[in-house]
Design a protein around this ligand. Structure first.
Ligand SMILES: Cc1cc2nc3c(=O)[nH]c(=O)nc-3n(C[C@H](O)[C@H](O)[C@H](O)COP(=O)(O)OP(=O)(O)OC[C@H]3O[C@@H](n4cnc5c(N)ncnc54)[C@H](O)[C@@H]3O)c2cc1C
Length: 363
């Protein structure tokens, strides 16, 4: 059994950014993280403009200059109206966000983090318990470790934090999503993002930098058509009901090929997000409805804030972690207000359970 002072658990954006931010404070953590699979499609590609400054502060601005990503200049939405409204990034003071090659971005971040940790363990935590002053963990590779301090960056599973606190849930939002290939390559599709509402949820489509398209239907588990992820006819019938997405798929020369995968996409958060010798970061602390398009940015922000708070508290600044706890709590509260306002803008589906649940912030 090894003993280490600070361990970062989880290999996503929060975990990698935490290793990098800790190293900036002179701390090289032990990192327990399964290596990413670069060729695996990963949903969630829109990086908000606010991430630019955070990445620059982490010394990672160069990651976005790679030609595998594209600027997020144009988006269209039919939200509260049948008509598509165009929004151009030119109106943002911070400039455009980015449509990422998500797998490529995570791979680059992972490589940068590897240089910052003392040891990388390519495994996952199977069991974790806080015994007195130490975290005792058993990994899926069978190894046992004991850590003095743990940063839980395990995404929505909050593997460590869940043993110390409670997860709250504002909704049960689920995403049925798939990636599309272009079948008519003579067409030059518009590099854009499109959002459209429906009676039982909302749709999202984006042209990805590599020339593929991702589409996603967001609804509640009890409102999804039965068998949507198992029966292609059910899925394609659902897509065909859309007013704009189906037309865009067709006119841009794409074709539905695969069944959708399902992913949890609800707004959930832990309380507390810090303890005597642990902190939760990224989705492990709070995960937001993807409508916000700021899950990745928040993960980067939390990683930096939490790492600096740990280092400050170890130097005797006793309120550093309490400030982080308060900032996360405020972020969740602000988001719940903003989320309700956005859902309230759609008034066309009178009597729809999906919209009622969100317009009243009904849990
Ligand atoms: C459908 C959908 C669309 C989205 N779209 C966007 C978008 O357009 N823009 C945006 O900014 N955000 C988006 N998000 C949110 C965004 O993907 C997340 O906020 C972000 O991935 C959070 O990063 P994370 O590192 O905290 O968690 P994750 O990305 O979930 O990473 C967790 C990591 O921990 C590892 N792990 C899990 N359990 C263990 C364990 N027990 N031991 C060790 N390692 C473990 C996992 O393998 C993974 O590497 C979307 C989310 C969904 C569901």
């Amino acid at each position: 059994m090894s003993r280490a002072r600070i361990a970062v658990i989880g290999g996503g954006i929060a975990g990698a950014a935490s290793c990098i931010a800790l190293a900036q404070c002179g701390v090289r953590p032990i990192w327990v993280a399964p290596a990413p699979t670069p060729d695996r499609d990963r949903i969630g590609e829109t990086l908000s403009p606010a991430a630019n400054t955070i990445l620059a502060n982490l010394g990672l601005a160069h990651l976005l200059t790679r030609p595998i990503h594209r600027a997020a200049n144009t988006s269209f939405s039919a939200w509260g109206s049948d008509q598509l409204h165009e929004r151009n990034a030119i109106v943002h003071l911070e400039g455009p966000g980015c449509v990422l090659d998500r797998a490529g971005f995570e791979h680059d971040l992972f490589s940068a983090a590897l240089k910052c940790c003392a040891t990388h363990i390519d495994s996952t935590v199977q069991r974790a318990s806080l015994n007195g002053k130490n975290w005792d963990v058993t990994l899926t590779n069978g190894a046992k470790h004991s850590f003095r301090y743990a940063m839980d960056c395990t995404g929505r599973s909050s593997t460590l934090a869940i043993t110390q606190g409670e997860r709250h849930r504002a909704d049960q939002l689920v995403a049925a999503h798939c990636f599309l290939n272009q079948t008519d390559t003579d067409i030059e599709p518009t590099p854009a993002t499109l959002i459209e509402t429906a009676k039982d949820g909302w749709w999202y489509a984006a042209l990805l930098p590599g020339g593929r398209m991702v589409i996603s239907y967001f609804s509640d588990p009890d409102l999804l058509p039965a068998g949507i992820s198992r029966d292609f006819a059910t899925w394609s019938a659902q897509v065909a009901k859309t007013r704009h997405i189906a037309r865009w798929i067709d006119s841009a020369g794409f074709c539905l090929g695969d069944l959708p995968m399902l992913a949890s996409a609800g707004t959930t958060w832990m309380t507390p997000v810090t303890g005597h010798n642990w902190v939760a970061v990224g989705d492990a602390a709070a995960a937001f409805d993807p409508l916000s398009s700021h899950g990745m940015t928040t993960a980067l922000w939390m990683a930096r804030q939490a790492s600096h708070a740990i280092c400050a508290s170890q130097k005797g600044q006793t309120d550093a972690l309490a400030s982080y706890e308060a900032a996360v709590k405020k972020g969740v509260a602000d988001f719940l207000v903003q989320r309700q306002k956005i859902y309230q803008q759609e008034k066309r589906f009178d009597g729809s359970v999906f919209w009622q649940r969100r317009q009243k912030n009904q849990i």
